[in-house]
Design a protein around this ligand. Structure first.
Ligand code: SAM
Length: 389
């Protein structure tokens, strides 16, 4: 259980966002002209899984073993490319030597790293032996509006590498992250502010994607009031507020996080502890990628506090990856294993799990919407059939 006991503190309302800040589009955040419905995105995931299955059947088992081991290098090569500044420097087709000269790095070493990236189809090699940028490298540019580069930087942190390196099939009550880093994830972040900002930025990238997906997938009233619980720096909420001009919202998170919240004229940032209480009076409460950080017991405390704050006709939207019977979505299983490495009891859950958790908090699961990200948005309202409190 959480040991936090801070009371809810109100921070000043942030000043208006810079005039002219352009609302983010699907192209900015996902690299596609428009968001497809969740079911279409799911079809795409299934097709990719089927194609990969066929490709794997063509590989001999030892090749598959070695490819699995070399997966270890994927992340490191990605980090090395970003550290060297390849996404920024590669703004036109260039030979590897030209790229190395621009970056001031060793041409042979860069060539080997670039060749790995070409084999992974992250970069392209043209007929003139020039390396070409791809949408993938554009998205890794540190100025890209989607902000996905922060994920590479977050996953490159020693604390993450230590925790992932310690992952095993041994089930233990111990918090794996705490065992190798000395304190549980969010406490560790509190004492490492630079790393916490990187984590926030990585969360913000996913948050922008979820903001667009929730705006287009759910039905919204004309002037929704939204509280994003554990909403990080408010980037998701800002996307929703941009989309619905009469909407107002509050991002509710730990003090150090809301201190870094985005400026938006209709967004209030409030610091507090969702294990203690959640502000009342909003018609929509969001818990996006929050419950998957926690055990069932902790999730019930958070969800219970949200249920206590919920007006009679309000709704709670929980977004997490879905634990599927047949695990086809590699992002979903990846998120689940990451939670196993970084948290104590955090996990991805099934639709039934959310039905059960909701019931235990007096909430009824109305619908499990599919999102373009592959995640689910679980829409819960107060139970009216007497099953809840
Ligand atoms: C995995 S992040 C998700 C952030 C955001 N919802 C998103 O999807 O981008 C979990 C968030 O929960 C916040 N958090 C952790 N413990 C909390 C607590 N006790 N009360 C409120 N927020 C908390 C973290 O600071 C972090 O912003």
């Amino acid at each position: 259980m959480s040991t936090r006991s801070d009371q809810v503190i109100d921070l000043p309302v942030p000043t208006a966002r810079p005039a002219g800040a352009k609302p983010l589009s699907a192209a900015d955040v996902l690299g596609i002209p428009a968001l497809p419905p969740g079911a279409v995105a799911r079809g795409g995931t299934r097709i990719r899984a089927a194609v990969s299955r066929t490709a794997d059947q063509l590989a001999m088992p030892p090749v598959q073993i070695l490819e699995g081991i070399f997966g270890l290098l994927d992340h490191r090569v990605l980090v090395a490319l970003c550290e060297a500044g390849v996404p920024e420097a590669l703004d036109r087709p260039m030979t590897c030597d030209e790229l190395a000269a621009d970056l001031g790095v060793d041409p042979d070493r860069l060539n080997r790293i670039v060749r790995y990236a070409i084999a992974k189809r992250w970069l392209r090699l043209d007929r003139q032996n020039r390396v070409r940028p791809t949408p993938f490298t554009k998205f890794l540019h540190h100025d890209h509006p989607g902000g996905w580069r922060a994920w590479v930087e977050f996953a490159a942190g020693d604390e993450v590498i230590r925790a992932v390196g310690a992952l095993s099939a041994e089930a233990t009550d111990e918090d794996g992250f705490e065992r190798v880093n000395g304190s549980p994830f969010f406490e560790w972040m509190e004492s490492h502010p630079a790393r916490w900002s990187v984590f926030d930025a990585a969360m913000a990238a996913g948050g922008r994607m979820h903001g667009l997906a929730l705006a287009s997938t759910l039905k919204w009233p004309s002037a929704p009031t939204i509280c994003d619980v554990g909403g990080g720096t408010g980037d998701l909420l800002a996307v929703l507020l941009d989309r619905f001009p009469a909407a107002t919202g509050m991002v509710f998170d730990l003090p150090d996080v809301v201190a870094r919240a985005v400026d938006h004229e209709r967004l209030v940032a409030t610091a507090g502890d969702a294990f203690v209480a959640v502000p009342k009076g909003f018609d929509t409460y969001l818990l996006v990628n929050v419950l998957h950080d926690w055990s069932d017991e902790d999730s019930l405390t958070i969800l219970g506090n949200v249920a206590d704050a919920l007006p009679a006709d309000g709704r709670v939207i929980v977004v997490d990856s879905e634990q599927q019977r047949v695990p086809r979505d590699t992002l979903g299983v990846g998120a689940d294993i990451l939670m196993a490495a970084l948290t104590s009891g955090g996990r991805e859950r099934s639709v039934r799990d959310f039905e059960r958790l909701g019931q235990q908090c007096g909430l009824r699961l109305v619908k499990a919407h599919r999102l373009v990200s592959g995640d689910r948005a679980y829409e819960l309202t107060r139970a009216t059939n007497g099953t809840g409190s």
